[in-house]
Structures are given as structure tokens and as C-alpha cells.
Design a protein around this ligand. Structure first.
Ligand code: PAF
Length: 282
């Protein structure tokens, strides 16, 4: 696997593949890779001749008081995992390459409305930071397809909207959430949990599953299901930002009788914020 840090080197390698009409897949990450990321790589490799991964801890998507400084940076271990998984090229730019101007002067990409609900409400500026960096990375790599995890459901939704609105010729592929044996969705931030929090953390998935089962049985009082699930989590020590049943296509609050739903939650255990979701297609 070749590792590059400049846009020139990146474009040079990719242009040789393009000249051979090779199909290029891209997996953007912030590093500190786990099996969830490796599943994205596997999905990418299945659909392309060449796979590019990026590792960049994007300052633009971290709010004040969030964990930008302490976010785990594990480039050496990440590189060996990517190489053994068969990635062709790793792009690992420093901040000055991604943001040559002062960050406050950076042109931003905003997908309106949906960027300000759910996680966007609790993490102001987060999705503008994500859309901006992903748009820049897409312009640099110019992949045929890019793979994102369903665990970050709202992020996936926003990236799809950005690609559609900006008419980017890139196929967005969704990859299912990878879970620990006890159901906890894999996330780099799980490492922040202490032993007791780690024991409680899978409750988040269980609460989602219980609501999904209730909806599948025909229960349609979503408000009640949401508040009962949130209360269960709060009782177990979580601080719940939201627990909500939404229409999968619009992310609007679901109405009784709608059939394609997603149940989304974000909840904090101590300083660690966990998100998860379940998609229900009936
Ligand atoms: O999901 C992530 O790891 C990040 O939000 C992404 C898509 C790599 C953008 O920084």
C-alpha cells in the first residue's frame, strides 16, 4: 500500500488508474480503525478495481469542548490494518493540506434543514464540518463510489443529499453497522468507556431493538415508545439527547401508518456520547 500526504501525489497515482479505466472506491475515515471500518474497506473492494482510504481527523467537525485534541491518532496501526486488508492507497494529509487557509476562511458546504436536527441540534456545526471535508475529499479523490457506515445514519443521509444536490457523479454505498457480540455498535469512541460504562453501553442497542419489535407488532404510539425507551436508558445512567422514530426517507418524525422507519438515538455515558439506530422496513 502506498501512503501519500499531498493532493499532488494523490492525484498522480489516481490518474494512472483512471487512464487504465479502473473503477475507484473511496473510504474516508478519521483513523483509529476497528472492524466497522474494515467492513467498509471490504465493501469497497468488492465493487472496485482500486480502493483508496483516507485518515484525517477533521477539526471542522469538532465543536468547542469536544474531543478533537484527544481523539485517538493511531496512524501506524491503522496503516498496517489497511495494507493487510488490501487497500491500494492511503491518503493521510496534515491539516495544512486540507485547510491551507485559516479554518474560518474555508468555504463551507451545508445541506440545509437536516444538518440542524438530531445530532446537528446537539453538535452545532458538526454536519457542515462533515459535508465540507467529504466534499473536499471527493474533489481530491474523484472516486466512482464511496462507502459510509449505516451506524452514522444521519451522516450517510446528508452525504447522499450533498451528492445529489451538487450532482457529483459518485455512488454512495451504505454498509451495515458492525456490532460487538453484546450488540454495542463499534465506534472509536467506545474506547473512552470505563469498565462499568462498557457494561451498560449495549443497553442502547437493546432499547432500539425493543422499540423496533413493538413497532413490528403493530404498536403505533411512537411518542410513548420513545419516552419509555429514553426513560429506561436514563434509569440505567445514560443522559439521552434524543430517542426518536423517524421516516427513513425524510428524517421527519414518523407518523402512524408509515412503513419505512428508522429509530435513532444518541445518549451519553459520562463524557462519552454514543449513537446508534435501527432501520425498519415493513
Ligand atoms: O465518519 C467519519 O469518520 C467522519 O465523519 C468522516 C466521514 C470521515 C468525515 O470526517
Amino acid at each position: 500500500m502506498n501512503t501519500v500526504i499531498s493532493v499532488e501525489e494523490l492525484r498522480h497515482t489516481i490518474s494512472t488508474w483512471r487512464n487504465n479505466a479502473e473503477r475507484i472506491a473511496f473510504v474516508p475515515t478519521m483513523g483509529n480503525l476497528h472492524n466497522g471500518h474494515l467492513a467498509l474497506i471490504d465493501a469497497a473492494k468488492k465493487q472496485a478495481d482500486r480502493t483508496v482510504a483516507s485518515i484525517f481527523v477533521n477539526p471542522l467537525q469538532f465543536g468547542e469542548g469536544e474531543d478533537f485534541e484527544t481523539y485517538p491518532r493511531t496512524l501506524d496501526e491503522d496503516s498496517s490494518q489497511l495494507a493487510s486488508r488490501g487497500v491500494d492507497l492511503l491518503f493521510a494529509p496534515p491539516v495544512e493540506v486540507m485547510y491551507p487557509q485559516a479554518q474560518q476562511l474555508q468555504t463551507r458546504v451545508e445541506v440545509p434543514d437536516v444538518s440542524h436536527i438530531l445530532d446537528g441540534e446537539f453538535r452545532p456545526g458538526f454536519f457542515v464540518g462533515v459535508a465540507t471535508v467529504v466534499c473536499k475529499l471527493f474533489n481530491m479523490v474523484q472516486p466512482d463510489l464511496a462507502v459510509f457506515g449505516e451506524k452514522d445514519f444521519q451522516q450517510l443521509y446528508i452525504i447522499r443529499r450533498m451528492v445529489e444536490d451538487l450532482q457529483m457523479p459518485i455512488e454512495i454505498v451504505a454498509s451495515p453497522t458492525v456490532r460487538e457480540p453484546d450488540g454495542l455498535a463499534m465506534s472509536s469512541r467506545n474506547n473512552y468507556l470505563d469498565a462499568q460504562q462498557r457494561q451498560s453501553a449495549p443497553l442502547i442497542h437493546r432499547a432500539l431493538q425493543q422499540v423496533a419489535d413493538a413497532i413490528k407488532r403493530g404498536e403505533a404510539n411512537y411518542t410513548q415508545l420513545e419516552s419509555e425507551a429514553a426513560a429506561t436508558l436514563e434509569h440505567a445512567g445514560f443522559v439521552v439527547d434524543y430517542f426518536t422514530v423517524r421516516n427513513v426517507n425524510t428524517l421527519n418524525p414518523a407518523k402512524a401508518g408509515e412503513s419505512n422507519l428508522v429509530i435513532l438515538t444518541a445518549a451519553r455515558l459520562g463524557q462519552t456520547r454514543l449513537i446508534d439506530n435501527i432501520i425498519i422496513s415493513q
